[in-house]
Design a protein around this ligand. Structure first.
Ligand code: ADP
Length: 271
């Protein structure tokens, strides 16, 4: 079944209970003959911090890339804030989503990547201001004020006029976090945000994220190999293996009393 036909006209809009922000329903993603996600079901409640753990290649990053609409599911549906990512309602029926709909739903989602992906030709301040001005149409002075506040929050209020290459990797990643937050997303997706950093720069980035997790009501979906960080910030941990959630629960449960052999094996290899 293709992504364009996997919601029938009879199907109602995604279920919204007021708390559920992200929902994956029977999502299948294949690359060639390789089924990377296999009828994946999971949901994330608004304001919660959910961490995806599991062996390399188990499909964690694919989930974040689907949410960013960088790729499409082959089957199943994904919704954010009660709107399907791949479909929209027109004249009472669901049709494949147009670009405008996708852009609207995506405004609710911010992502920080392994490789910071800053605009190299723009100073730090402009990196953070750019999307609110061009995508949201925010007045420049308001965007600048917000960018300065966010840069202060990530400890870089004094580096507004630097270019990305003049900063350390850890500082660049903190700018990338400020840039994602500048769009006031409901969800922050974090994809292995410390794995490209020198070890001495990791703590500063994780401290900033801990602070955000503990002081804001943003929903976080996080892929990480930093198990102490996962334990600190998560409300829920999902253990993936071969494109399925094989176990989920509080960090206490997953890290101290895992039920599944694969979880125990994985944790003993990484802890
Ligand atoms: P994880 O984040 O758990 O390490 P990924 O989601 O990155 O896993 O990848 C899951 C599987 O999908 C891997 O086998 C990977 O090689 C494959 N994969 C991911 N993206 C692509 C792509 N664009 N083309 C082909 N295979 C891909």
């Amino acid at each position: 079944m293709s992504a364009d036909t996997n919601v029938s006209k009879e199907q109602p809009n995604p279920k919204v209970d007021g708390k559920e922000l992200i929902r994956f329903d029977k999502v299948v993603k294949r690359f060639g003959g390789n089924t990377v996600l296999d009828e994946l079901d999971f949901s994330v409640a608004s304001g919660k911090h959910v961490t995806l753990i599991g062996p390399s290649g188990s499909g964690k990053t694919t989930i974040l890339r689907l949410l960013m609409t960088l790729i499409k599911p082959d089957e199943g549906t994904i919704s954010v804030g009660g709107e399907y990512l791949t479909h929209e309602k027109k004249n009472g029926t669901l049709v494949p989503a147009g670009e405008k709909h996708v852009r609207e739903v995506r405004k609710n989602i911010g992502m920080v990547f392994q490789q910071f992906n800053l605009f190299p030709n723009m100073k730090v301040l402009r990196n953070v201001m750019e999307a609110p001005v061009t995508v949201l149409g925010m007045p420049k002075d308001e965007a600048e004020q917000r960018a300065r506040e966010l840069l202060d929050m990530v400890g870089l209020g004094d580096r507004c006029d630097a270019y990305p290459t003049q900063l350390s990797g850890g500082q660049q990643q903190r700018v990338a976090i400020a840039r994602a937050l500048a769009m006031r997303p409901q969800v922050l997706l974090l994809d292995e945000v410390t794995s490209a950093l020198d070890p001495e720069l990791v703590a500063g980035v994780l401290d900033v994220l801990r602070d955000i997790a503990h002081t804001t009501d943003i929903t976080m979906l996080c892929v990480t190999h930093e198990m102490n960080f996962a334990r600190d910030i998560s409300d829920q941990v999902l253990m993936f293996d071969a494109g399925r959630v094989i176990e989920s629960g509080s960090p206490e449960k997953i890290f101290t009393e895992p039920e599944h052999d694969r979880t125990r094996e994985f944790l003993s290899a990484v802890l």
